[in-house]
Design a protein around this ligand. Structure first.
Ligand code: ZN
Ligand code: ZN
Length: 339
């Protein structure tokens, strides 16, 4: 089969012919239709996050927003059938036995396996996946619409869920890229009024199209004043990897507000203790999501409440797609067509 292989950190991916994987008894073989390109793929390929670097398998096939058809299955697989359209997410497998798993936090499993990092992912014609963590895609949802939900969609869904967004609240979304444009829609599905912030006018225009009530260009020096004039925000979710976005987001919180951390700047975040104490600010993280979160986000999309802005490119263009992601030159998400 054709697959895009990462020969070593920092190198371009190489399109090679490699043996088609054979599923174990608890696995399925998926013929990959599409696979989304995620910002984490850049971090994995560059090896610039020590935690990722140490866990990356040699000659890796990247890709953790995978949608395709089941074409083979192991003897122990009962709940999936040949021909089912399914998706595979970042969380490839969780043990089900550790403390986080038993508390419903399988996304924090201490023995968790990550797709497209610890095991091969979906930048290929075929991939194998654990049946337990392979989810059926609802009928009526196109594969290129479904794929970005398996990381970008589920991540922002969990971030807004962890931030306990309620109907009528004001939610600021910082960074209207692959994650942010979905965050705008998920926040609206939760009944919130959305304020979108970015450096690019084209991305702010997209946010308005998707229902943002107000948009601000963060290069405008008066943006903080303008957000405060709206009453500041109950929740700020930062999908941007710029530390400056976090600094501004924290100042945009109203008393009792919540900062949801999603984007990963290289530098540590810094907030004055007095700022946290005097406003009773909350800071919450979101680590992709659980299968339950994924089902919820797939259901939102199937109900027409989430539309991914996608651009489809052939698998052979994967390096160009990664370069464009590096430059921030993408509206929404690129998905690679793999077969
Ligand atoms: Zn991802
Ligand atoms: Zn576990």
């Amino acid at each position: 089969m054709k697959a895009a292989i990462l020969p070593d950190f920092g190198q371009p991916l190489a399109l090679e012919d490699v043996p088609r994987p054979v599923p174990e008894t608890d696995e399925v073989l998926i013929e990959v239709e599409v696979c989304g390109v995620c910002h984490s793929d850049l971090h994995i390929a560059h090896g610039d996050l020590p935690g990722f670097r140490a866990a990356t398998k040699p000659r890796l096939i990247l890709g953790h927003e995978v949608v395709g058809r089941v074409v083979e299955k192991g003897a122990a697989v009962v709940d999936l059938a040949i021909g089912d359209r399914v998706g595979v997410a970042w969380l490839h497998w969780a043990c089900g036995e550790c403390e986080p798993c038993r508390e419903g936090l399988e996304n924090l499993c201490r023995r968790g396996v990550v797709t497209g990092m610890m095991v091969d992912g979906g930048y290929a014609e075929f991939m194998r996946a654990k049946a337990s963590h392979t989810l059926r895609v609802p009928d009526g949802l196109a594969p290129e619409q479904a794929a970005p939900l398996f990381c970008a969609g589920v991540t922002v869904y969990r971030a807004l869920k962890n931030a306990q967004v309620r109907a009528g609240q004001r939610v600021a979304v910082f960074g209207i890229g692959g994650l942010g444009h979905l965050a705008v829609q998920v926040a609206r599905a939760f009944g919130a009024e959305v304020i979108a912030l970015d450096v690019a006018e084209s991305k702010l225009a997209l946010a308005r199209e998707l229902g943002a009530a107000a948009t601000f260009n963060v290069t405008d020096p008066d943006v903080l004043k303008a957000v405060r004039k709206l009453g500041a925000v109950h929740v700020a979710v930062v999908t941007s990897a710029a530390k400056a976005a976090y600094d501004l987001a924290f100042k945009c919180l109203r008393p009792g507000g919540t900062l949801a951390v999603v984007g990963l700047p290289a530098e540590p975040l810094q907030f004055a203790a007095l700022g946290i104490v005097s406003n009773e600010a909350r800071i919450v993280g979101a680590a992709v999501g659980t299968r339950e979160d994924l089902r919820a986000v797939l259901a939102l999309a199937a109900a027409g409440q989430l539309q991914c802005r996608v651009e489809t490119q052939p698998l052979a263009q994967v390096n160009e797609a990664l370069d464009r992601m590096q430059r921030g030159d993408i509206q929404g998400r690129i998905v690679l067509r793999c077969c």
